[in-house]
Design a protein around this ligand. Structure first.
Ligand code: ATP
Length: 602
């Protein structure tokens, strides 16, 4: 019976014995793969071979050919890894190696794959994109909302001879879609048709499903030693794995969307992209929307002619004009008014704009855009504050900058860089250092305000050290300086306050998990998972410190412990776990040690 059902399933997918064997050997090979790139090579070879077989038995036998396959790994709205296998090549090129530009798939394809959770077929000649559903036997000619009408994406496919593209989701266990695979083929006679995708898509999906755990779970080969420079003076493990992607993005003409928490370093990354682009000799212009009142946004962007509005007493060039031939970084894009969003969309689509009050007509814009945001733009779209079409227009090459808490290996290096940057303004050949205890203090705490917050603490600690020792070319920042700087910050709430509560609890918990893993990696010996149980104690200890015992227990739903007078015992037990965590990580007492009840009142 069971055998019969398996055969039925095989028959419904058209799996002959040869295909069965191919799949088995693919799984064996994948299980031996040691890194992402090897798994990507094997998966793409298999998918391209399947497509070739489908072409060989189709009416496009003499007209169609497979060009390349790509694996796009994505996380939290941004690219994580990109691998490309060109027809005839033995191994993939991956971002970090010599990836040729342009080699990216449109943002609309990604959106469609995620939204419909199914493969998507693209006809680059007609500019159509549609999800594939096995039930849909009639060809659905409708374009998706947001459409694949973007000239740039079409051109990008056509310029690499790709007339037909099939995009398949990479489903991951539990966490939805972790990326996509795109297969590109050249077959102009199939214009307006699904090419051979419809015939082979089920088999392609099967391969993608088998390969997904390996592609998304295997480690990346060590990133090539990224070179630090003035815009990126410190590169830790997680940034090193992202920079190759950003390097590929930099060399395209499409817009880059850099998302990340405030102070994480988005503007410096934008500058880094410009310095690596073909526009590096042109201007780099910044328009930070947080500092521009809504009614002046259009004027700031497009510039104005004298008399264009009240107060316009002379002509002024806008950000677009100043960025001509170079790059315009627009930060905090979510602050753009709906009216200015319409104006920007037009520039992105038509590459023209009009200076306010200029009757002489449109100007062309030769500008590359890098956009920064610290909010989730999809949320802004859902809330009606951000145009959906503009979102797709700017979300072609997305990248998320990790929080500083997710790249904790960088903290000591940033601290050293920041203190020396300051010190060398006074003593160009001087040297500032941090004591190991001072570094430890910085490494042990959380940085919700990211690099900006760290920079503020360093600046303050530096001033304290200078006051103590006087101006000296050899300076040592000690633990006491850091502690006093931190105390001052906590007392004034200066850099931390705006961040408090702005990060979601789930995001913060992920940061804790990442920090735990990083610490374990750094030690090279196992870090007992049981230590994470201290989180309950940290929450309880913090709540007790802020609100007092009774109120704290009520707030976290443990009122019953108050009633049966067990709260002392529970607090003691949980705080002991926190002590154990601190002793293991820092060798000293936790900040809640004073809360530990000496004895349990009867
Ligand atoms: N590459 C860098 N070199 C030196 N300092 C840096 C660098 N990146 C970040 N910093 C420090 O962090 C601060 C914040 O960086 P940046 O302005 O790039 O962050 P951001 O993510 O654009 O923040 P926001 O969204 O609030 O504008 C800088 O003022 C500087 O002190």
């Amino acid at each position: 019976m069971k055998k019969g059902r398996e055969r039925d399933a095989r028959d419904s997918l058209g799996l002959d014995d040869g295909m069965q064997e191919d799949l088995s050997s693919l799984v064996v090979a994948l299980s031996k793969s040691e890194d992402f790139e090897d798994a990507a090579t094997r998966t793409l070879s298999s998918l391209m071979r399947l497509t070739e077989e489908a072409i060989a038995t189709s009416r496009y036998k003499n007209h169609g050919k497979v060009l390349r396959g790509m694996v796009h790994l994505r996380r939290a709205g941004g690219y994580l890894r990109l691998a490309i296998l060109e027809q005839g090549a033995a191994t993939v090129q991956s971002a970090g190696g010599a990836v040729e530009a342009p080699s990216l798939v449109s943002a609309t394809a990604w959106h469609s794959v995620v939204q419909h959770n199914c493969p998507v077929f693209i006809d680059a000649i007609l500019g159509t994109l549609r999800p594939y559903s096995p039930q849909d036997t009639e060809r659905l000619e409708e374009l998706l909302p947001g459409g694949f009408g973007s000239q740039e994406s079409r051109q990008s496919f056509l310029s690499r001879q790709a007339s037909h593209v099939c995009v398949i989701p990479l489903r991951t266990l539990g966490s939805g879609i972790g990326g996509m695979i795109s297969l590109e083929a050249d077959c102009p006679p199939a214009m307006g048709q699904d090419f051979v995708w419809r015939e082979c898509v089920d088999r392609l999906q099967l391969v993608a499903e088998l390969a997904a755990p390996y592609l998304t779970g295997l480690p990346f080969p060590p990133a090539p030693q990224a070179e630090v420079d003035e815009y990126m003076p410190v590169i830790g493990v997680s940034m090193a794995s992202l920079l190759p992607i950003l390097d590929v993005f930099s060399q395209q003409e499409e817009s880059i969307l850099i998302s990340g928490a405030t102070g994480a370093g988005k503007s410096r990354l934008a500058r880094w992209c410009h310095a690596r682009s073909n526009r590096r000799t042109g201007p780099f212009e910044v328009l930070d929307l947080i500092s521009v009142p809504e009614d002046l946004q259009m004027a700031e962007l497009f510039g104005w002619k004298r008399g264009a509005f009240t107060g316009a007493v002379r002509d002024s060039v806008g950000s677009l004009g100043r960025a001509e031939g170079g790059t315009l970084f627009i930060d905090e894009i979510d602050k753009l008014s709906l009216k200015a969003q319409a104006g920007l969309l037009r520039v992105l689509e038509e590459r023209t704009y009009r200076v306010l009050g200029d009757g002489t007509g449109d100007r062309s814009a030769d500008v590359r855009f890098v956009i920064g945001t610290n909010v989730d733009l999809r949320e802004a779209v859902r809330a009606g504050r951000f145009r959906e079409d503009l979102y797709y227009r700017i979300n072609v090459l997305p990248l998320r900058v990790p929080l500083l808490d997710e790249r904790r290996d960088e903290i000591p290096k940033w601290a050293e860089y920041m203190v020396n940057r300051r010190h060398r303004e006074q003593f160009p050949s001087g040297q500032a250092r941090l004591s190991p205890e001072a570094e430890q203090q910085l490494s042990n705490r959380s940085w919700p305000g990211n690099l900006r917050q760290l920079d503020n603490i360093i600046r303050r600690a530096y001033t304290l050290a200078m006051v103590e020792y006087g101006a000296t070319p050899e300076l040592l920042l000690k633990e006491g300086h850091i502690l006093r700087a931190l105390e001052y910050e906590e007392a004034t709430g200066e850099t931390q306050a705006p961040e408090r509560g702005s990060r979601s609890l789930t995001e913060a918990m992920r940061a804790v998990a990442t920090a735990f893993i990083e610490e374990a990696k750094r030690r090279g010996t196992p870090l007992d998972l049981g230590l994470t149980e201290a989180l309950t104690g940290v929450v309880l200890g913090q709540a007790v410190q802020e609100l007092g015992r009774e109120e704290a227990f009520r707030l976290v739903g443990r009122e019953n412990l108050l009633k049966n007078r067990n709260h002392h015992k529970v607090l003691k037990r949980e705080l002991e776990k926190v002590e154990a965590l601190y002793r293991e990580l820092t060798g000293s007492s936790s900040p809640f040690s004073g809360l530990l009840p000496d004895e349990e009142p009867g």
